[in-house]
Structure formats: C-alpha cells, structure tokens
Design a protein around this ligand. Structure first.
Ligand code: GRF
Length: 212
C-alpha cells in the first residue's frame, strides 16, 4: 500500500511509521512526504531516508483555494493509496478530500470527539479529565470530526503540563498510527467513503490511573 504522509513539523509520527515499516510490522511503502513548511525536521528526516519530498507552503495572505489546489496536485501526482496526516497543522479543503474520499487519516492527541483542534493536551487539562489519549480518524471537511478508527488511552497525572501530557500521548500515537496503517494495508480496516468497518477488538490496554 503506497502512502503519502503530510507533515508540518517535528515528524516523530513519520519516524514511528518508518520504524514499523523497517520492523515489518507495518506493511506500507511511503512514496512521498509533503509539508506546508519549508523548514521542518520531518522533511529533513524524509530526505535523509531518500523519500521524495514536496513543499506546498501557505503564507499569510496567500490564496487558500489556490493552496488547496496545489496541495491536491502534489499529493495526487505521488499516486498514494492512503494519505496520512501526521502532525499536519492545516484543515484540508475540498480538492484533496474529493480526490481521496475516505482515504485520508489523521492522528490527534486527544480522545475525540473531546478536545478537537490545535491544543488537545491543554484542552484535556483545562477540562479536568483524568484520562486522555490519542485518536486515529478519517479526515472529513471538519476539524477532527471524521469517523474514529482507533483510540488509545493515556492517564492524566497530577502535575501534568500540556507538554508532559502530550509527550506521554505521543508514545501511544507512535504505536497506534502505524498499527492502523497496517490494518488498512492488510484489509482489517476497510475504508469506504460511506461505510467504515473497523476491527471490533483492538487489544485493550490496561490502564492504571494513579491517585492524584
Ligand atoms: C501529534 O501529537 C499529532 O497528534 C498532532 O500533531 C503532533 C505531531 O507530532 N496532530 P509529530 O510532528 O509527529 O512529532
């Protein structure tokens, strides 16, 4: 299964996917990494690994429709079976969504539908929840609103900051995202624009929430 990964920054999820591919636990082939930022650690990593990269920058004042069109052109030219948003910090417009209906997934650092948007970890802290986590979902036109494919839970600990909670959530993202990609590749998850079937029993991890 050929995959294009969209990034904006660090790229720890991109690295996790590559580690899983190298370990043969993720049956995917990354045919391209596309960034909206010229300077991104994720891009440097992809280039060092020999993965084709593209940059489609969106600067203040740029025409967003034109950017959406260019992004769709670049991704389509790479001919992926699946598009993975791994830390891509933009809402996708119609051109890409229409070319890959139901075939774009995203990883989000909260248990959706709670705390969508830019700061999932801070939202969990502000909301006073004791359990947060990460979600892999299909991308639709909304902000983190598409059908949920898989989630992993992470306890919120006394004294957590958004950074410490996010770091703990990312450990789970790095396991969950490659696993979902592999499940799609082997047909255990079927992505259909109208019907999404997911495995019923994703092994539930035991979760211990310490006393606050
Ligand atoms: C991740 O926490 C992801 O959930 C969110 O952005 C972050 C990207 O991290 N959408 P990285 O660039 O993969 O390290």
């Amino acid at each position: 299964m050929d995959v294009v990964v969209l990034v904006s920054g660090r790229g720890s999820n991109l690295r996790a996917i590559c580690r899983a591919i190298d370990a043969s636990t993720c049956s995917a082939n990354i045919v391209g990494v596309v960034s909206d930022k010229r300077r991104a650690a994720a891009l440097e990593f992809a280039e060092a690994r020999g993965i084709p990269t593209r940059v489609v920058p969106l600067r203040k004042g740029d025409d967003r429709d034109a950017w959406n069109g260019s992004l769709a052109e670049e991704v389509t030219a790479l001919k992926p079976d699946l598009v993975v948003l791994a830390g891509f910090m933009r809402v996708l417009g119609a051109p890409l969504l229409e070319r890959f209906p139901g075939r774009i997934i995203n990883v989000h650092p909260a248990l959706l539908p709670s705390f969508p948007g830019h700061n999932g970890p801070q939202g969990a802290l502000d909301g006073g929840v004791r359990i947060s986590g990460c979600t892999v979902h299909i991308v639709d036109a909304g902000v983190d609103t598409g059908p949920i494919l898989a989630q992993a839970a992470v306890p919120v600990l006394a004294g957590d900051t958004a950074d410490t909670l996010h770091a703990r959530i990312q450990v789970q993202e790095h396991a969950l995202l490659p696993r979902v990609i592999n499940q799609i590749a082997i047909g255990a998850i079927t992505l259909d624009p109208l019907t999404v079937t997911t495995p019923v029993a994703d092994p539930t991890r035991s979760l211990t929430v310490p006393d606050a």
